[in-house]
Structure formats: structure tokens, C-alpha cells
Design a protein around this ligand. Structure first.
Ligand code: 9MR
Length: 387
């Protein structure tokens, strides 16, 4: 039978009412899955120094954080995860809304929450084609490459510098390759990305400098390339592999490769993820699953997925986690938010949903249980980060 985090809270509260003698103790005790003291959580069962993370939107979910009265969501976030990724709070449009204005308010709230709860933070993201503020989109129409470089350098030095010492991994460059089905196959996004577009004559030079600027601003942070459809060995990851080799040969401080892990049951699962991670690890890089979720096509009128879909979802989450556990260079495994009510999926893929590992009442789905079981059974190793 599945354990329900929510039903245990209710049971504990009811016991407190019915049995006042020990009710005080029971009411004060945290239910399973809600406290750092609970050993049977994702973060506490993780072997070696593998960080188990979740995306969180600080502006929506953390700015009102009161340490003495956390929300139920905040309790679960802190008890289950040892790493947080700002789902939106460190993106360009959030932190750099006008040319001379930086706003770190919600990102700072997220970092403060992480510190209070002994969590690490993955920075996300510095060079991307999406969620750029209107002023960047407008100005970039006439940018020379030098102008684009100056704007990007100022942004990276300011943002990475602001969080110096607080971020263990930065997604420096996000989704810089086109998909294979776009015209021309896999190539750099020199049209959609305003910075790469302005420097289309030599986009790699700009990309490499982006990593150098970030490294100078925070030498401790491990700097990542990050993308979707980048789990298995395919045309896109071949392109990343070649790019990583070139960057390393050029002496660029590239430290990691992140596979986002946005899967859908509408498509098959490429089981070469471990082999893919191994080839990047062999270059001396860390690897990570950075944004895992597994969306499910839902029939109109149905309240939820079928038992078969639920089982396949659990297998896919677990397969991504296993690949990470089996490669000691895998430094973090992050799910892209919870519960389903917070998920980006229904907004972008009508007819798909139920993509996260916790239900809206925080009860664990089979995917959560499968992940917890795999973490429990994993053999401790040593990752290069602290090895
Ligand atoms: O989850 C994010 C959602 O809240 C935003 O509206 C969206 C805007 O593009 O970005 C989502 O996060 C994306 C991430 O930053 C990069 N990889 C794909 C993620 C899902 O779209």
C-alpha cells in the first residue's frame, strides 16, 4: 500500500485530539517525509555526495518563508531535497529587467531558504534563447557582436558574482543547439538566441568566453552545458560531445554536461543515457540530470492516468536516476518541480500532465517510491567533486 504523507499528517493531528496524554508529543512530531530527522527521504538515502534536487519558483513559493511556520510545500521541499534549482528566479527576465537594473529579490529568497535548510543551489541560466527581457530582444535587433559581448559579460559577471560561493553548479549555456527536426539538423541556435545571433560569425568564441567570465566570477562553481533531448546518444548529444571536446582543448573551464530529462510517454525512452553519461565523464566532466519529469497523455474526461502509465512513468524516472547512480561523475539529480499543480507541463502540452513525482496532496507516486528504493539500494561511491 502506498504511504501518504498527507494522510499521516491528518492521522497525527487526529491522534493529538483523541489522545491528549501523548497527543502533545505526537502533534509536535513531524510526520514521515516532512523533516530532516526522517532518514527515509530522497536526500537522506542518497549515496556518496549525490545531490537530489527540485526546481522551485522562489517568487511564488518561498518569498513568504517563515522558518518557524513553514508551509506544507516548504516542509516537503526541505525534507526531501538537498539541492534547489530556481525554476525562473535567476533567468534573465527575472534578474535583469532593464539595462541598468538587477533585481535579485526572489533569487535571494531562494538562496536564503536553501541555506536555512542545508541545501545547495544550482544556478539556472545565463545564456538562453528564452525568457530574455524585452529590452534585450529589442536592442539585439541592431547589436554588433561587440555590443552583445559587452551586455552578456556584464550580466554574467554581475549575476555569478552576486551569488559567488552560494552556487555549486551553474547552467551557463542552456539549449544552445537546435533540434534535429528543425531545418538543417543539429546546429547552434544562431537565430533564436540574441547573443549567438549577434556573434553568428563565431558563436563558439562567445560561448567560450561566457564560461570564462562565469569562472572568473566564481571559480568554485562547476559550469554546465544543459539541454533537453540530451539523455541518450543521439545527434544532439554527439554535437555536445564534439563541442565539449573543443572547449576543453581550448582550455575553457567547462565542468559538466546536464541532460534535462523532460520525458513523455508519447515517445520511447532511449536507454543509452548511461553510456552517454559515461562518454562525457570520460572527458573529465561531471554529468547531471537537471530537470527530470515524465509527462503522461491524459484522456479527456479521465481524472488520472491508467495503472500502466503510472508504472511506466515510475520506470522512466527510475531509469534516469539509475543511470546517474551508476556513473560516479553524476553529481546531481534534479526533478523539475512538484507537485503536479506546480508543473509547467499542462501549460505547454495540452492533454499531457501528471508529470511530477508527488500528487497534489504531496502523497508519493510510484515514481517517488521507485526512486527512494533505488537510492536506498545504491552502493556508495565517491564522486570527483569531493573525491
Ligand atoms: O518551468 C519553467 C516555466 O515555469 C517557464 O514558464 C518556462 C519558460 O520558458 O521555463 C520553464 O523551465 C524550462 C527550463 O528553464 C529550461 N528547460 C525547459 C524547462 C521547461 O520549459
Amino acid at each position: 500500500m502506498r504511504r501518504s504523507l498527507r494522510s499521516l499528517v491528518v492521522a497525527t493531528a487526529a491522534a493529538a485530539l483523541v489522545l491528549p496524554l501523548w497527543g502533545a508529543t505526537a502533534a509536535n512530531a513531524e510526520p514521515p517525509g516532512y523533516s530532516h530527522a526522517d532518514k527515509d527521504t530522497l536526500r537522506n538515502q542518497a549515496p556518496r555526495d549525490l545531490a537530489i534536487g527540485s526546481a522551485v519558483w522562489g517568487k511564488r513559493d518561498l518569498v513568504d518563508y517563515d522558518r518557524s511556520a513553514p508551509t506544507e510545500y516548504q516542509q516537503v521541499l526541505s525534507a526531501q531535497f538537498s539541492s534547489l534549482t530556481p525554476e525562473n528566479d535567476m533567468k534573465w527576465d527575472a534578474v535583469h529587467p532593464a539595462p541598468d537594473v538587477y533585481d535579485f529579490s526572489s533569487a535571494d529568497a531562494l538562496v536564503a531558504f536553501a541555506k536555512a535548510n542545508h541545501q545547495q543551489v544550482r544556478g539556472h541560466t545565463l545564456l538562453w534563447h528564452s525568457q530574455n527581457p524585452a529590452w534585450v530582444t529589442a536592442a539585439s535587433q541592431t547589436w554588433t557582436c561587440d555590443q552583445a559581448r559587452a551586455v552578456l559579460e556584464d550580466h554574467i559577471r554581475t549575476v555569478v558574482g552576486h551569488f559567488k560561493g552560494e552556487i555549486y553548479e551553474w547552467d551557463v549555456a542552456n539549449e544552445i543547439f537546435q533540434d534535429t527536426w528543425d531545418n538543417g539538423g543539429v546546429r547552434l541556435r544562431t537565430e533564436a538566441n540574441p547573443f549567438l545571433k549577434a556573434c553568428a560569425a563565431d558563436p563558439i568564441a562567445l560561448l567560450e568566453d561566457a564560461f570564462r567570465w562565469a569562472h572568473e566570477a566564481d571559480p568554485e562553481a562547476v559550469l554546465f552545458l544543459n539541454d533537453y533531448n540530451a539523455e541518450g546518444i543521439n545527434e544532439k548529444t554527439d554535437a555536445y560531445y564534439a563541442l565539449a571536446q573543443r572547449m576543453l582543448a581550448d582550455g575553457v573551464p567547462l565542468g559538466g554536461f546536464g541532460a534535462q530529462g523532460h520525458l513523455s510517454l508519447l515517445y520511447g525512452f532511449d536507454t543509452s543515457i548511461q553510456a552517454n553519461f559515461e562518454r562525457f565523464a570520460a572527458l573529465g566532466l561531471q554529468v547531471a540530470v537537471t530537470e527530470a519529469d515524465v509527462r503522461i497523455p491524459l484522456q479527456a474526461g479521465e481524472t488520472g492516468p491508467t495503472p500502466e502509465q503510472v508504472a511506466v512513468q515510475a520506470e522512466r524516472y527510475d531509469a534516469m536516476l539509475e543511470a546517474c547512480l551508476n556513473v560516479t561523475a553524476c553529481s546531481s539529480f534534479t526533478v523539475w518541480g512538484f507537485p503536479d499543480a506546480n508543473s509547467w507541463v499542462p501549460d505547454v502540452f495540452p492533454g499531457e500532465g501528471w508529470a511530477t513525482i508527488l500528487e497534489d496532496d504531496y502523497s508519493p507516486k510510484p515514481a517517488f517510491d521507485a526512486m527512494l528504493e533505488s537510492l536506498r539500494e545504491a552502493t556508495p561511491g565517491t564522486s570527483p567533486r569531493h573525491g
